[in-house]
Design a protein around this ligand. Structure first.
Ligand code: APR
Ligand code: PHB
Length: 394
């Protein structure tokens, strides 16, 4: 006989979506249990992007999990765009009424969320793999999971599938309940972590005839840099020297030099978008990468996951406090507005800054003209800035 547990909200996944949801619910006095199939150590050491929108920073403050972020996070009040060696600056705060971004590695956000959840007596069951979700059209949906080799059941009022692209949540939605969209870009990113003092105090996105490059960083002594490579490229083709040579070339700017250092991690990830256009069915609600992935060019992945569960948490609060299902019924449509905006901005940043067409072609000249327009137009700079730091409301 499988051991049975019970809670109000069964959350699958201890990534940013699942953990933020658990904290939001905790502040509302709503019980939840988080099921995570990996170990705590694994989850806390996954290297991901590290760009936090203003809303995400504000939410972490709201749930009182921002101490480390405010101490160690790197506030960015602008960003640099380069195109064929020309460089412009976009001042976020000046154009958005003081809204900015903070660079703080996702793994550190996850560590802070896990630590405070456990310190506050909240439950996270690590190495507990959800294998199926049943009864989503009944009063008490069930999450079957395996833990310590045993099958167990978590009965709940609602299931929040925050289990990423490979989870069981999306797979449990009836396929006829949503339409899926997939975009595969004809290039990938080679990312490195290097013990090199960043050469710029703000990010640099650079179009170059040999390919895109991005300068970011994690601390005053650790740089995070990316290079556009072909989809069929292999990391073994990229010696440290070749990586640095390309970074120097693609980020070159008069009077500016790029600091080098020991490369401590490197890897290639494809650039893609996917999404489903309806993120719920009966008592199952899906959030984050389980419902959508955007290319990292706009830095939206984590922030979109957090935005989904902020909406979801308010819907659960409305149900328990006001016995209303209106916000639950509207969860998907409410979340979709921001998902589509993030898809749009990420697609714009990706197509604008990656080498795809020969110099002199119509498509290349259009990229150049778009860059020149950003350079000359305060209105366009403001559009870029408000999307980059994240729209306060949508
Ligand atoms: N049972 C339990 N846990 C699961 C299962 C399962 N069957 N399947 C997946 N998980 C866990 C994963 O191990 C992971 O820890 O769900 C979590 C999902 O977390 P993320 O993939 O980080 O997704 P999300 O919380 O939506 O955050 C999106 O994370 O992956 C990055 O780039 C992405 O920045 C974006 C952010
Ligand atoms: C990062 O710091 O990892 C980063 C920053 C901005 C992006 C993508 C990744 O657009």
């Amino acid at each position: 006989m499988s051991q049975k547990l019970k809670t109000q909200i069964g959350i699958i996944g201890a990534g940013p979506a699942g953990l933020m949801l658990a904290h939001f619910l905790d502040k509302m006095g709503i019980e939840s249990i988080v099921l995570e199939n990996k170990s705590r150590d694994y989850v806390e050491n996954r290297i991901r992007a590290g760009l936090l929108e203003q809303n995400t920073v504000d939410y972490l403050k709201e749930i009182d999990v921002a101490d480390n972020l405010l101490e160690k996070g790197l506030l960015h009040e602008g960003v640099n765009f380069s195109f064929d060696g020309e460089r412009i600056h976009i001042p976020f705060g000046e154009l958005t009424g003081g809204r900015n971004i903070t660079i703080y590695g996702q793994r550190f956000v996850v560590r802070d969320l896990i630590r405070t959840r456990l310190e506050r007596g909240g439950e996270i069951r690590f190495e507990a793999e959800a294998t199926k979700i049943t009864d989503i059209d009944a009063d008490q949906p069930k999450i079957y999971f395996t833990e310590d080799g045993e099958e167990k059941i978590l009965e709940c009022d609602f299931v929040a599938a925050c289990d990423g692209y490979h989870g069981v949540g999306r797979e449990t939605l009836p396929t006829e309940s949503y339409r899926r969209h997939d975009i595969h870009y004809p290039f990938s990113w080679l990312g490195i972590m290097a013990n090199a003092a960043p050469s710029s105090d703000e990010l640099i996105y650079s179009y170059h005839k040999d390919g895109f490059a991005l300068l970011s960083y994690r601390s005053p002594t650790v740089s995070r840099l990316y290079l556009q490579v072909d989809n069929d490229d292999d990391i073994d083709n990229w010696s440290d020297d070749r990586i640095w040579d390309n970074l120097h070339k693609r980020l070159a700017y008069t009077g500016w030099t790029l600091n080098e250092g020991e490369i401590t991690q490197k890897g290639i990830t494809p650039m893609r978008s996917y999404m489903i256009d309806h993120m719920q069915h009966k008592k199952l609600f899906v959030a984050g990468d389980a419902a959508h992935i955007v290319p990292p060019t706009g830095g939206k992945g984590l922030n979109l996951a957090v935005a989904d569960v902020k909406i979801m948490s308010k819907a659960f609060e409305d149900f328990y406090k006001n016995n209303s299902t209106e916000k639950l019924d509207n969860y998907s449509s409410d979340a979709m507005r921001r998902v589509w905006r993030a898809q749009g901005f990420s697609n714009f940043m990706t197509t604008q800054f990656h080498k795809q067409y020969e110099h002199g072609s119509y498509e290349y000249l259009l990229q150049k003209a778009n860059f020149d327009y950003i350079a000359m137009s305060t209105a366009m700079k403001t559009t870029v800035a408000e999307n980059y730091v994240g729209l306060k409301h949508i």
